[in-house]
Every structure is written in structure tokens, then in C-alpha cells.
Design a protein around this ligand. Sequence first.
Ligand code: ARG
Length: 585
Amino acid sequence: MASVPSLAATVNQRVSDALSAALPEAGAADPLLRRSDRADFQANGMLALAKKLKGNPRELAGKVVDGIAAPELIKEIEVSGPGFLNITITDESIMKTLAARAADDRLGVPYAKNPGTTVIDYAQPNVAKEMHVGHLRSAVIGDALRHLLDFTGEKTIGRHHIGDWGTQFGMLIQYLIENPGELAPAEDVDGEQAMSNLNRVYKASRTVFDADEEFKERARKRVVALQSGDKETLDLWQRFVDESKVYFYSVFEKLDMEIRDDEIVGESAYNDMMAETARLLEESGVAVRSEGALVVFFDDIKGKDDQPVPLIVQKADGGFGYAASDLSAIRNRVVDLQATTLLYVVDVRQSLHFKMVFETARRMGWLNDQVTAHNMGYGTVLGADGKPFKTRAGETVRLEDLLDEAAQRAAEVVREKARDLTEEEIQERGAQVGIGAVKYADLSTSANRDYKFDLDQMVSLNGDTSVYIQYAYARIQSILRRAGEARPVAHPELPLAPAERALGLHVDQFGEVVLDAAAEYAPHKLTAYLYQLASLYTTFYDQCHVLNEDNAPEVVENRLFLCDVTARTLHRGMALLGIRTPERL
Ligand code: ARG
């Protein structure tokens, strides 16, 4: 359980020490080390530093070279161009570092420096409504961020802020009272039945609601009964919630995602806090009465005709809405859950809402320098044609159909390559590959951008896809199985081929990428890293035969070691994204 400093960090430290010795007035200067094509690393820091101190960069770089004595680490260091340093490290240091990583369950990845508690609000569908691709994105991104944060030592608490409250429940409940047999008990239905029941009730009640004024009135009274906690009304409301959860869980299961019941805390959970939230806001003057409503104004948020757009905490009729529940949720998360960070994974189209909610919470002191909030607003999911995602008939695509189709397409890809798989295995792998493909496509686009949902591209074996990475992993497993008696053992004394060095140096960067992706809430940095890792492995595989009879036994062991540590890195990295890596494909 020891963290292993990366080669980049070690080299950076050495250069930095030499730099401070050569130029004491520079203090602890950053040599700005980067990976490079010419050598292993390039350091550019001397340029800016010499310029600032009116010195000659080449001269300074030369002094740094003279000051570095680390033969076990640095094989070659030379001044180039206007004053860069090109640095090549020893093969031995690469293998020794990888061996230290391999000895650790976490591959030597350190924990983040100052872990805190992050409450992450993701996967928040709405009761009695079908989930759509937008909900899919929140679930996939949120789940990956959570794995990433957990891995860095952050404590995470999930909150699935489901839409389980609001005036539409008056209509639904009233309809059920008048048509009692319409909703089967939640324990008797599967996900698909639950959703089709809910859909039917929703449509039927909407039809009556729109056509029948008297029903409309009864529905309105029902909302009041619900809000005042009438027992019969609440019981019926609970039935809608339970039935919906059966459906949600079936989708999350398909998504191969673990959702905990105690973390499904929807809008309704904050019902009892809302009046107090409003009172605190009003007493402090942060919110003011305007035309009967309780609202918060912002200087920089204006709508049409330059009119200020306020955040409505309480409507003129006394009702509380979305903002009041979110403000109450912030109080709960900060005070009761002791969060240091509030992270929201919500469609970018709600970013104005969150901007106003966060600013209000800051004015109240609920958010401050120690407790911050971020919305990872994600972009819209588009069809392959670049238009909002719809079926040919122009309807919204059912999420389940989409996931089923992904699994089916992936099964076809698996079948084509499968040599020794049974039909059952093909279907199982198909699901893992297909769901993985959907997740990967989602995660590899930086979240704030729209992305095209193109199944053909997603399950392609070539290009930046999860399937490509899964194949690299399965191929390694197949080599390890075929190795017979030979074990993966690092041999630092052996010289490395270029493809081995490139692979090894990339494996070594895993920890930095993970910490960076977690700190920036940027899973796409990890997907890019893993894709490159799989590509470098493919090059290694083509150029450096592992189980070749002509290889000396220690070469076989050393290459098996590189295979193994690569596989473990791929596996761990994919797991952090919520994607499986089947042992055989
Ligand atoms: N249920 C909402 C929707 O489907 C998303 C909830 C987001 N979270 C929040 N705390 N407001 O649009």
C-alpha cells in the first residue's frame, strides 16, 4: 500500500533541485517537464526563468545539466534549441518503478492531498416518467466521477434528487382514486411492466384532466391534500414512487450500475425544510417579496427587455417549487452531511437555475470558501445525424431499447471474432461490451459538449472505443493464459526495445492522470489515457513478441510483466469509469 512517485515527478524534482542550485535567486522553480517525442522528457522552464532574470537560457540549461548527477535515473541529458533540456531516462529506472507499482494493489497511485466529503447529485430521473438519454448521461458521468473520487480517498455520498414532488401528483393520485385497479402493486411487476403501467396512467389521467373541469378541480384539491400530509393521499403517492423505483432499478441494473436505496433522496424529502428555508431567506433579506412571491434578484441575470430574472423561492399562492427544494437540499448537505463539496451532474440547460441557487446559498453563507458547489453541466445527446436524438418516427428514444440495441450490436461484434465462446457467453459479453460502449462514448466526450449517439461508431473495433480497449485487455489475458509455466517478472537489468519503453512510460503516468481527472471532474482525460495505453500495447504486441521460442526466459518474463501491469492498469482504469473488462472476448 505504498504510493510510488512517477518517473516524471522524480525527474522533475531532480531538475528542479539542479535549477535551484544553479540559480539560487530563482527559488523553487518549476522546470516544466513534459513528455516528449525527441527524448523521454523535455523541460522548458529555463526559458522563461532566464528571461525573467535577464540571463541566457542556454547557459542556465548547461549549468543544470552539469549539476545533475543521477546515473541510475538519467541516461542522457542535453541542451537543445534556445535552452530546452532533452532528457532520456534509463531502462532500469522504468522497470524498477513499474515493479514497485505492480507490488501495490493501487498500482502505486497516491491519495489526493486534502480529501473531503463530496455529495454528488446524479442519476435523478422523474417519478412516473420514462428516463431519457439525458438521464443516462447524468447516471454514467456521475457514476464514473464517484468511482474516481472514491479512489483518490475522497468520501462520497450519492444523492439521487428524483422528481417525486409537484402538482402533477394531484392529477395522478386523483385518477388512481377514481380508477383503483390501474396500478399493479410494485412487488408484482418488473421494470418494463412498471413503466408501461405508469405511462398508461399518466396518459389517461392527463386526458381526463384536460377534458374535465370538475376532475381538474378535484386534482387541485388533491395537491393540497398531498402537501398537508393527508394519509390516504400520501399512501397513493408512495405507490407511484415505488412503482417508478422498480423501473429505475431495472434501468440501473441494465447499466451495470449500483444505486443505493438510502441515496435516493428526491425533492419530496426536503418538503419539511422548505418553509424554514424561505423564512431564513426572507429574514436575512436575501429574498424579498415581489407581487406576493418570495424571490431573489441578481444584478447580472437579466431576461427580455433587460428585466431582471429572479429565482422564485415561493410562489404567490404559497407553493414551493424546484428552487426551494434545491436550496433546502444544500442546507441538508452542508449542515447534516458535512459536505465540503457539492457536485451536481445535471443537464447544462439547468445551469442558470444552479447559478442562481448557488449564488443565493453563498449570500446566505451556506456556501463559502470552505464549501463549494459545481454543476458539471453536460451537453445534449444528439442522433448520428447531429439533430436531437429521436426515433425515425420522431419520438423520443426509450432508454431501455437503446441499451438493448447496444448490447445486441455488441454481441454481433463479439460473435464475429469469437472462436471458443458459447452462445450464452456471447450474449453476456455482448451486454458488457455494449453497455461499456455506451458509457465510454459518453465519457470520452468532454461533458459540456453535445455528443452524437452513434451505435455503429460506438461498438467499432477500430478507433477510440471501449471495445478496442477491452480487446487489448482480453488479448493480454489470453497471452498470460498461454504462458504456461512462465510468470510475469520484472528484469530491470534488461535493455528495453522502443515499444517497451513507450508502453512502460505510459503505464507509469496512470496515477497522475487519475488524480487530474478526479480533481477536474474530467473522466475524458482517463478515457484518452486508456485509449493511448491500449494503442501503445498494440504496437508493443506487434513489435515485441512475448511468447517467442527464441526469446531468453528472462525476456519472456519481462515482457509478461509488461503485459500484466498494462492489463491491471487497463482493468483498474476501466473500472473507475464503470466499464467491465471481460477476460475473454
Ligand atoms: N429530476 C431533474 C430532471 O430530470 C434533475 C434533478 C437534478 N438535481 C437537482 N438537485 N436539481 O431534470
